[in-house]
Ligand binder design. Structure first.
Ligand code: ADP
Ligand code: NI
Length: 217
């Protein structure tokens, strides 16, 4: 199977698997991450197939929608690739990226790293900030029935992975606990440049949000 056929087949598989997913983690999130990754790749030397497959398969079974099970995603991706005769090195690399891409696994970065992970991680992080990041955060908050903001619940920085996973805090807190921190975590130069613009949009949004909250004109 040629590379384009593999990509087309992967897209079809991902669309089917993510039918009915929460709006922030659906096919369109995958599509945007895939596009972001292709953009970043224009300026980086990387294995295209690994980057594209990892971008397309990175959220195939997100642990937070599977009772915290972090194995299903890598397993399903691996199975899909094996069925489609992708070579073993590519499979292993893509699975490693899926395992290590998440913000909450950031403290494990020493275990695996690669240029291709850098690119896909930046592409995923870009989709968590800017206008789309805001839309995704509130969609997820609504999906989880969280409050928008509660002045009595302060953001918690430096949460452990377990605390982060079970947090039920208001959605605005997520900006301080994760979204505003992403700009400094970008791996590639292109990623950093795009993140700076999207970060500024988050800052402007929060400024306006609190102005309105406090009843100012
Ligand atoms: P990671 O797996 O990298 O830790 P997540 O998959 O948890 O990241 O987050 C992806 C996106 O889901 C976030 O950028 C945000 O849009 C949304 N999200 C996750 N957790 C929350 C939360 N507690 N409140 C609001 N949005 C959230
Ligand atoms: Ni993602």
């Amino acid at each position: 199977m040629g590379k384009n056929d593999i990509i087309e087949k992967t897209i079809a598989y991902v669309k089917t698997e993510l039918a009915g997913a929460e709006g922030g983690h659906d096919w369109w999130h995958i599509y945007r991450v895939w596009k972001n990754a292709q953009l970043i790749m224009q300026y980086e030397k990387a294995d295209r197939l690994v980057v594209e497959l990892a971008a397309l398969l990175h959220d195939i079974a997100d642990a937070k929608f599977h009772n915290g099970n972090e194995e299903i995603g890598p397993q399903k991706a691996s199975e899909f690739m094996r069925t489609n005769d992708i070579d073993n090195n590519t499979i292993e690399h893509v699975v490693n990226i899926i395992r290590h891409i998440s913000f909450k696994n950031d403290n494990q970065r020493h275990i695996f790293s690669s240029k291709e992970l850098d690119i896909v991680q930046d592409a995923d992080r870009l989709d968590a900030i800017g206008a789309i990041g805001i839309a995704r955060a509130f969609n997820y908050g609504g999906f989880k029935n969280r409050t928008i903001y509660d002045p009595d619940v302060k953001p918690k920085l430096l949460m452990s992975k377990e605390e982060y996973k079970k947090s039920e805090a208001p959605t605005i807190n997520h900006f301080y606990e994760k979204l505003l921190l992403l700009k400094e975590k970008m791996n590639t130069q292109t990623g950093r440049k795009l993140a700076a613009k999207r970060h500024q949009f988050l800052e402007n949004f929060l400024q306006q949000f609190f102005d309105e909250w406090n009843g100012e004109k």
